[in-house]
Design a protein around this ligand. Structure first.
Ligand code: IVH
Length: 667
């Protein structure tokens, strides 16, 4: 394709992708599948690689760009970002309305009520339709430039649907499911956990390298206009609609109401319903709709007189600590757990709360018999907020962490720099049990009906000792039947779930093996890169470190795991049992390079030519020896000769190793 034609196609693809993005993020009404969307992105990427001068900053391929920043620049907000006063009850809300009525007595008040999404306030500046700057709220007057991170948020348009210059405000947040997945991943990798989705979103936006934010699945809702000379809405609602038309995503739930009673009822209706939302809210925001009235009402030093936040209290409850137990995790970590008198919290009955580790246990000074305040962190995981020391009788029993593992009696130690006490006995029954339950769990091999209780029961009955033994169970039907409470059908179901799990993709097996620091995401990256367990097993630390996001810690842990005779024995038995050791790609995305013809020439920096060829073939591509019109890509390393020349003559896109990796990693 010549340059002129390419320009035309690039423009058309950007236009089309922009439209699909708008339908997906703003209208919530996509017209094409994710896979088809990816195909279009890949077409655009191909052309941009061929004609790099056609790349524009608003291209959907340019969300994650450039080098990590050295620091954050300060941004002065043209119109300050105000905060909101809080109403904690009906009376506060009445006061707010009364105060407003006093200032504008003749007005008929109309209220817009919106969700108060619990994230971070940001400001986005668009010039002639292009996103030029994104900043945090900071102190309201001056914030920090986080454009590089905000560009990675897919619901933030890089270009508006009209060439307008304006500034908008909104909230960036992390959906609850992404927060839980992120923390699960961090737990496996031994990193500190985020306390709630808001902290996780804030932590993501505070990164200097945009690659991190790009993996965090952040989203944004727009709730206000800043400096916007080209728009003249008469109401807040009009402003929201105008922003939506421009391609900005607005609050998904909002309503216009006239009576205070209705406002309160609406707010209260969200008190329980909020847990059904895919993200956290900490209340609702009530805004007087008419912008002329807003102007008239004005602001105090910090907050507007035309808006107020109706806040829900964090869900907390008081209960009694009836005991403190110690749980031994999959990698031997000892976690103190407060056993509680059952109490209802945010709609569920809570009987246990994590005390996280020895330091926190000591710092909070939780004792058996204490009355404690508990809350759901991120509205999911209960934790002890504080001990109600005034309620102490003196009979409370302090608790000391054990010196030996409660499951196996081995001495426990605290590694330098770690907060957790650990049991290092690989044969520790608690670790074995957790390890087997993890292997079978939904996130790993997904063996239905094989939860922790079943794992424990099978271990106790001597039917299994390790994960490889799971695959001997189908031949032990009689013994399974003899187990307590196991009906015919449930044994059949368990056996068929075990059989089915043999075909799980490699990454699930890898994750299931419980290699230290290898979470689900790392397992996917490794499986995709090496394609086969045997290739991964033989990989050197250097080869492992060449995988994006894999550092020395992970690489060493992987090589160490596969060097252990015990792991080798397990792998051999899993192979004999017929488990799949190959990475199957997800349906629809199975072959990103399907039908593409490659020629590899020269010396690549990290892969051998054979390795590169295997990666291409595993992704559905074909590798041939000579360049012709049928060649789609030439992968060229150092000292590439005539093949590279020929590629240039025929205008065939040339990739370096990084380019090939990028192509292979396009989802
Ligand atoms: S309006 C002057 N609307 O709540 C108006 N804020 O407690 C200021 N927030 O800093 C903001 N959802 O981070 C507004 N629908 C919404 C909101 C919202 C969440 C946050 C925002 C603000 C904080 C004030």
């Amino acid at each position: 394709m010549n340059r002129e034609k390419a320009l035309e196609v690039v423009e058309q693809l950007k236009q089309e992708l922009g439209e699909h993005n708008y339908r997906y993020h703003v209208l919530d009404d996509p017209k094409i599948s994710d896979t088809d969307f990816d195909v279009l992105v890949r077409q655009l990427q191909d052309l941009e690689r061929q004609y790099p001068d056609l790349i524009t900053p608003d291209s959907p391929t340019q969300r994650v760009g450039g080098q990590p920043r050295a620091g954050f620049a300060q941004v002065a907000h043209r119109v300050p970002l105000l905060s909101l006063d809080n109403a904690l009850n009906l009376e506060d809300l009445r006061d707010f309305v009364r105060r407003a009525m006093k200032l504008v007595p003749e007005a008929q008040l109309e209220f817009v009520v919106e969700l108060k999404v619990d994230g971070l306030a940001v400001s986005l500046q668009y010039e002639n339709g292009f996103l030029v700057r994104g900043a945090t709220r900071g102190n309201g007057e001056v914030g920090e430039d986080i454009t590089h991170n905000l560009r990675t948020v897919k619901s933030i348009p890089l270009r508006l649907r009209e060439p307008m210059t304006l500034e908008v405000r909104g909230e960036v947040y992390m959906p609850r499911s992404s927060f839980l997945a992120l923390n699960a991943e961090r737990a496996v990798e031994g990193q500190t956990l985020f306390a709630n989705p808001r902290n996780a979103a804030a932590g993501s936006l505070r990164q200097l390298d945009p690659k991190v934010a790009a993996t965090r699945n952040l989203a944004m809702v727009t709730y206000g206009l800043g400096y916007s000379p080209a728009l003249s809405p008469v109401s807040h609602y009009d402003a929201l609609m105008a922003m939506q038309k421009l391609g900005l995503r607005i609050n998904p739930h909002l309503t216009i109401l006239h009576e205070l009673e209705d406002v309160v009822n609406y707010c209260e209706s969200w008190r329980e319903k909020r847990y059904e939302l895919p993200f956290d809210i900490d209340g609702l925001v009530i805004k007087i709709n008419n912008l002329a009235l807003q102007e008239q009402l004005g602001t105090t030093a910090k907050s507007p007189r035309w808006a107020i936040a109706y806040k829900f209290p964090a869900e907390q409850a008081q209960t009694l600590v009836v005991g403190i137990s110690v749980q031994v995790g999959r990698i031997g970590t000892l976690t103190p757990i407060a056993e509680l008198a059952p109490v209802t919290l945010a709609g569920t009955v809570v009987k246990r709360a994590s005390l996280h580790n020895e330091d926190i246990l000591r710092e909070k000074d939780v004792r058996v018999g204490d009355h404690v305040l508990i809350q759901k962190a991120g509205e999911i995981i209960p934790e002890v907020v504080e001990v109600l020391k005034a309620k102490r009788s003196g009979q409370e029993q302090p608790f000391a962490m054990p010196e030996v593992c409660p499951a196996c009696g081995s001495k426990v130690t605290r590694l330098p720099g770690e907060v957790a006490l650990r049991c290092f006995n690989p044969a520790c029954p608690a670790q074995v049990m957790e390890g087997i339950a993890h292997f079978a769990s939904r996130g790993a091999m997904d063996i239905e009906g094989f939860g922790p209780a079943v794992a424990e029961q099978l271990l106790a009955a001597g039917l299994i000792k390790d994960v490889a033994d799971i695959y001997t169970l189908p031949a032990k039907r009689e013994a399974l039947m003899a187990l307590e409470r196991k009906a015919d059908k449930s044994v059949d179901n368990l056996i068929s779930a075990i059989e089915q799990s043999k075909t799980q993709p490699l990454w699930r097996l890898l994750y299931g093996l419980g290699i230290r620091f290898v979470g689900a995401r790392t397992a996917k990256l490794l499986a995709r890169r090496f394609g086969h367990l045997d290739a991964l097993r033989k990989a050197s630390v250097e080869e492992l470190e060449a995988v994006p996001e894999v550092g020395p810690k992970i690489a060493e842990s992987v090589t160490e795991f596969f060097s252990l005779p015990s792991s080798q024995a397990i792998v051999a038995r899993l192979r004999d049992a017929g488990l799949n050791f190959v990475e199957e790609q997800a349906p629809g995305k199975s072959a990103p390079l399907e039908g593409k013809v490659f020629v590899i020439t020269g010396t690549l920096p990290t892969y051998s030519r054979d390795e590169a060829a295997r990666m291409i073939e595993e992704a559905g591509g074909k590798v041939t020896g000579s360049v012709s019109k049928k060649t789609d890509y030439v992968v060229a390393g150092e000292k590439a000769g005539s093949k590279l020349e020929k590629a240039t003559q025929l205008e065939i896109p040339v990739l370096d190793e990084a380019g090939l990796e990028a192509l292979l990693q396009t989802p």
